[in-house]
Write a protein that binds this ligand. Structure first.
Ligand code: SLL
Length: 280
């Protein structure tokens, strides 16, 4: 089989990835305070970090993201900051907020051009009362946005990377490198989570039968579907009985109304005849 190519595209496929773009800001101790960092201008009141981060539990960011550039305010030294590796972030001190231009550079195998994002560096408290109270309490003003990056008809090489198990490896505990303990944690002897077919074929399809190496199977799925069907059946029966009871109650109500109507009519008739007799 030829190696996945970085110049051939996989037709009719689109894969999305999330990335958090945000900033955090804290107050600096005032000038003269022993905890105030040395060598910063007196007018700086905040320390801040602007970042591009992987959402917790997501597949590894570096599978597709190669480097991130942050273009900060041009009075800063070297305002174009480049992060070749995670953490993709810039920490500085200052006094005012501004818009940071962010350039996301993709892995060369993706064949994709860089993409731009912008983030306003929020230094002052913002939002509703509750949020501001929280910002006051923690001393941290955070402003984050979840950005989506779409790979439309990715290159074969990128598709391979974005569907590979390796992008989850960072989630494995350091001890799970195979062996008994690893097996107990749902990790195969190769140190990877046990997924897909026992023969290693990668597929979204579940293997037919479960087993020691196969935590999820079609068999298990069918059992679950069966259970759900039975429950739906039970609920359906209950619903039917309830409907019957309701119909009966409505019948009774109707009968009562008729009876009442009858009585009321009789009363009215009696009253009317009484009135008539009195008039006589
Ligand atoms: C603007 N908000 O966009 C203003 C400017 C600049 C903030 C904000 C210190 C920079 C440095 C600093 O915080 N500048 O020390 O170089 O026009």
């Amino acid at each position: 089989m030829p190696a996945p190519a970085a110049n051939k595209r996989v037709k009719n496929k689109r894969i999305s990835r999330n990335i958090i773009i945000g900033s955090e800001a804290w107050n600096l101790p005032p000038v003269g305070h022993p905890d105030r960092p040395k060598n910063i201008p007196d007018d700086h009141t905040k320390r801040w970090t602007v970042y591009a981060r992987q959402p917790e539990g997501d597949p590894s960011l570096t599978t597709w993201l190669n480097k991130v550039q942050f273009k900060i305010f041009n009075t800063y030294e070297n305002p174009l900051r480049t992060c070749e590796n995670p953490p993709f972030e810039v920490t500085e001190t200052g006094w005012g907020g501004f818009t940071v231009d962010i350039r996301l550079h993709f892995q060369p195998i993706s064949g994709e051009k860089a993409q731009y994002r912008q983030h306003f560096l929020q230094l002052e408290k913002y939002g509703d009362e509750k949020l501001q109270a929280q910002q006051e309490k923690t001393g941290c003003v955070r402003s984050e946005f979840l950005e989506v990056v779409q790979f439309n008809e990715p290159t074969e090489a990128l598709f391979e990377a974005l569907t590979s198990e390796d992008q989850w490896n960072y989630l494995l505990p350091a001890t799970a490198k195979g062996g008994k303990k690893a097996a107990m944690m749902g990790v195969g002897p190769n140190g990877r989570p046990k997924r897909g077919f026992p023969n290693g074929e990668r597929s979204a399809q579940l293997p037919e039968k479960g087993g020691e190496d196969v935590p999820f199977s079609q068999e298990q799925e069918m059992t679950l579907i069966q259970t759900i069907r039975e429950k739906i059946g039970e609920v359906g029966k209950e619903l039917e009985e309830e409907s019957k009871r309701r119909a009966e109650t409505e019948e009774k109500l109707k009968a009562l109304r008729t009876e009442l109507g009858h009585e009321a009519a009789q009363q009215a008739a009696q009253q009317a005849s009484g009135d008539r007799s009195r008039r006589r």
